[in-house]
Write a protein that binds this ligand. Structure first.
Ligand code: ADP
Ligand code: MG
Length: 253
């Protein structure tokens, strides 16, 4: 598999106080593929994901060393422009957090912040991204009702639309289906599969079956260490490390 690198992680260490959550991680995340970060709870998956957009630096007591290159730029350099880096990435968390406003205003929020005020253009943007999140047909007749009235599954897709509306290059998902029912999970999974044509998608999941359904590339973490990474087919069908074999077989969890 020929892979172009989008994010390159080099010797990344993250400490919370004295506890080391990531131990010397080096990996290249491929461009316009779905990368799944897998591993049991507490092994550092969220920490790694949050390092990609420097959300990790919002936590007190955190110490980071190493480098993370996004499009060739080391985002941990002092002069790096955090807002510009974050604008490249849309983040879906475990539970959807729609803003306390209408469906329309949720999607228009980012573009408005970036100075877009033209009503017609905003309507077009809202429609475009609700279509991309596969919500348009369900919601087009009640765009001005509050987002809080939507089902949790619809809220997660709305958060996806809100993220896409600021035109990111990278979609980060931290166990983005964990609060959803199976049907809503399937909706989100289908969106991710469609989005990888245009975006680099990175999802954290502890659901192996989900990783198998979605991932082109797999990163396996265990207790803060990178055990193995590679194309999904190789990791799932022919893992090299004993620990990976056991995790995939369900011997360790
Ligand atoms: P995962 O997402 O794989 O469950 P995390 O990245 O959330 O793992 O956590 C990795 C380790 O770092 C865990 O031992 C966790 O307790 C610790 N940790 C995570 N966030 C914090 C924090 N804000 N402060 C202190 N320790 C943390
Ligand atoms: Mg986590």
């Amino acid at each position: 598999m020929e892979l172009k690198t989008h994010i390159s992680v080099q010797n990344l260490n993250v400490f919370y106080g004295n506890e080391q959550a990531l131990k010397n991680i080096s990996i290249d995340i491929p461009d316009k593929k779905i990368t799944a970060i897998i591993g049991p709870s507490g092994c550092g998956k969220t920490t790694l994901l949050k390092s990609f957009n420097r959300l990790i630096n919002t936590i007190d007591e955190v110490k980071v060393s190493g480098k993370v290159f996004v499009d060739g730029e080391n985002i941990f350099e002092k002069k790096a422009d955090v807002n510009r880096i974050r604008k490249k990435m849309g983040l879906l968390s475990q539970k959807p957090y729609p803003l306390p406003m209408s469906i329309f205003d949720n999607v228009a929020y980012g573009p408005r912040i970036h100075g877009m005020n033209d009503k017609k253009k905003l309507s077009a943007i809202v429609e475009k991204y609700l279509i991309e999140a596969n919500l348009w047909d369900e919601l087009k007749d009640r765009l001005h009702s509050p987002a809080s009235k939507l089902s949790v599954g619809q809220q997660q897709r709305l958060c996806l639309a809100r993220g896409l509306a600021v035109e990111p290059e990278i979609i980060l998902g931290d166990e983005p289906t964990s609060a959803l029912d199976p049907r809503s999970s399937k909706h989100i999974e289908e969106r991710f599969l469609a989005l990888k044509n245009d975006y680099t998608v990175i999802i954290v999941t502890h659901i192996l079956r989900q990783a198998k359904r979605l991932a082109d590339y797999v990163v396996f973490l265990y207790l803060g260490e990178l055990i193995e990474h590679g194309p999904a087919k190789e990791i799932f069908e022919n893992p090299q490390m004993e620990m990976t074999k056991e995790y995939i077989k369900g011997v360790i969890s």
